[in-house]
Write a protein that binds this ligand. Structure first.
Ligand code: FES
Length: 195
């Protein structure tokens, strides 16, 4: 069959539309169904030992503290949480469970916040959970601390990297971070990230 110029009038727009909807469909599947699970036990990269919080500051389940972890490229904003149960990569001491994560969103590098009030979080982030979570305001991504920081909503696909915790006396210390440290490894300095 020979195609004339007139045929192009519908072939070209149809091709563009098919490409767009194909791309959009694949992107939706990737975002909704292909989120990576955190590894069972993280691969740690040894780092400086940094005080994080005394246990007395994390005396209740879901209490938290923001802190900064020093890396060669700059200070990594992080959160430490007391959790209701153990998570891979966390620290359990005498029936109390703690874990810490980077606050840099694995989507495009914005800073995630700890959303302690899940009801308010459902309104703010359009993500409903029966417990606190991490939310990213840039594109409304959410990460679940109970699932070791897994991305559970919105565009992020990868979990938040974990920070290794140690206990000495009554003080929690950070002593390294999970690798890969997404998404910072692809950025030259923290100055390139919106932190
Ligand atoms: S940068 Fe966090 S959801 Fe896009």
């Amino acid at each position: 069959m020979k195609l004339g110029r007139r045929d192009l009038i519908w072939i070209v727009p149809s091709g563009i539309a098919a490409t767009f909807f194909g791309w959009f469909g694949w992107r939706t599947v990737k975002i909704q169904f292909l989120k990576s699970n955190p590894s069972g036990e993280p691969t740690w990269k040894e780092g400086p030992r940094q005080p994080v919080a005394p246990l007395s500051e994390l005396d209740e389940v879901w209490s938290f503290r923001y802190f900064e972890y020093p890396l060669a490229a700059g200070k990594l904003p992080c959160t430490v949480l007391r959790l209701p149960g153990p998570v891979p990569g966390g620290l359990s001491v005498q029936g109390r469970h703690y874990a810490a994560w980077s606050r840099i969103c694995t989507h495009q590098g914005c800073t995630v916040d700890y959303v302690k009030n899940a009801e308010a979080g459902a309104i703010l982030y359009n993500y409903r959970s029966d417990h606190p979570f991490f939310g990213c305001k840039c594109h409304f991504g959410a990460f679940d601390p109970v699932q070791a920081g897994k991305a559970v909503f919105g565009p992020p696909r990868y979990p938040l990297p974990r920070i290794r915790l140690e206990l000495e006396g009554e003080m929690l210390y950070a002593s390294g971070h999970e690798v890969p440290l997404r998404p910072l490894e692809s950025l030259r300095t923290f100055g390139d990230a919106r932190v």
